[in-house]
Design a binder for this molecule. Structure first.
Ligand code: MG
Ligand code: MG
Length: 264
């Protein structure tokens, strides 16, 4: 069942969505070669709790951490641990915050200095595809239009669209109906309605689209070990068009002042 929100509820969702961006900005100040992913996770958890919020991911279906940190060929759901960041790494970080009983869920992929040019381009195109998807979020359009916009843009660069994972509705819980696929056909699927709130999150690969799920129960990697990227925004469908509830602004300000990171 798709849970429609009032404009008042959409306003209430903003602080949770914005806190995710602030958390990712805080984390990105600490991304440098040698730092462990569990250190980044601790920084996020402390920051979220200091803002009177809960890390939504921690304990979600048994997930052990506050962030999903997925490096290079890892697509999503990487578990933070002892692994350290290296020059040239591609670091996808997904974060969820529950604040005042609303959930925010957003992801950004970071480029560590020394990144290969082809990987940097993948990140740029994946981020652009997210906005192509968002542009279609107009009352009366259909779910398939979002997927089509993302898929056709990414495939025009020869990239793969992961099929096994997708975006979702969100609200009081992280995963509501409907599923927001990153592929699809124009004019198909449920109609977009005023008051729908959804997380759009293209997961895109430099090579083949096939993925593998690992026996830690979480980590998803590309089957051909090619690099993957993941960007996610929370979006409300309103009479004035798509309203992006999350924000990359503070993340990108933090990236600009971190010499270890490349601007996407
Ligand atoms: Mg997410
Ligand atoms: Mg999500």
């Amino acid at each position: 069942m798709i849970r429609i929100k009032t404009y008042e509820e959409i306003e209430q969702m903003k602080p949770a969505a914005l806190l995710v961006g602030k958390t990712l900005a805080e984390v990105s100040k600490h991304i440098e070669p040698g730092v462990s992913t569990e250190t980044l996770d601790s920084i996020a958890e402390e920051f979220i709790r200091a803002h009177d919020a809960e890390p939504t991911f921690k304990g979600y279906e048994g997930f052990p951490a506050s962030l999903c940190i997925s490096i290079n060929e890892q697509v999503v759901h990487g578990i933070p641990g002892k692994r350290t960041i290296k020059e040239g790494d591609v670091i996808s970080i997904d974060c969820g915050c529950t604040l005042n009983d609303w959930v925010g869920d957003s992801a950004y992929t970071f480029a560590v200095k020394g990144i290969k040019e082809e990987d940097l381009k993948l990140l740029r195109v994946t981020k652009e595809s997210l906005y192509k998807g968002i542009e279609t979020c107009l009352i009366g359009r259909r779910l398939g239009d979002i997927g089509f916009a993302i898929q056709s843009y990414c495939e025009s660069f020869g990239y793969g669209i992961v099929r096994e994972l997708c975006g979702h509705g969100l609200g009081h819980v992280m995963h509501e109906d409907p599923s927001i696929l990153n592929y699809g056909r124009k004019g198909t699927g449920a109609k977009l309605r005023e008051g729908m709130t959804i997380a759009i999150e293209p997961m895109v690969t430099l090579g083949n689209k096939e993925v593998v799920f690992h026996n830690d129960g979480w980590t998803c990697t590309t089957m051909d070990n090619s690099t993957a990227a993941h960007f996610e925004h929370d979006v409300a469908i309103t009479k004035n068009g798509p309203l992006i509830l999350s924000s990359f602004e503070e993340i990108e300000n933090a990236i600009a002042s971190n010499n270890n990171l490349e601007i996407i």
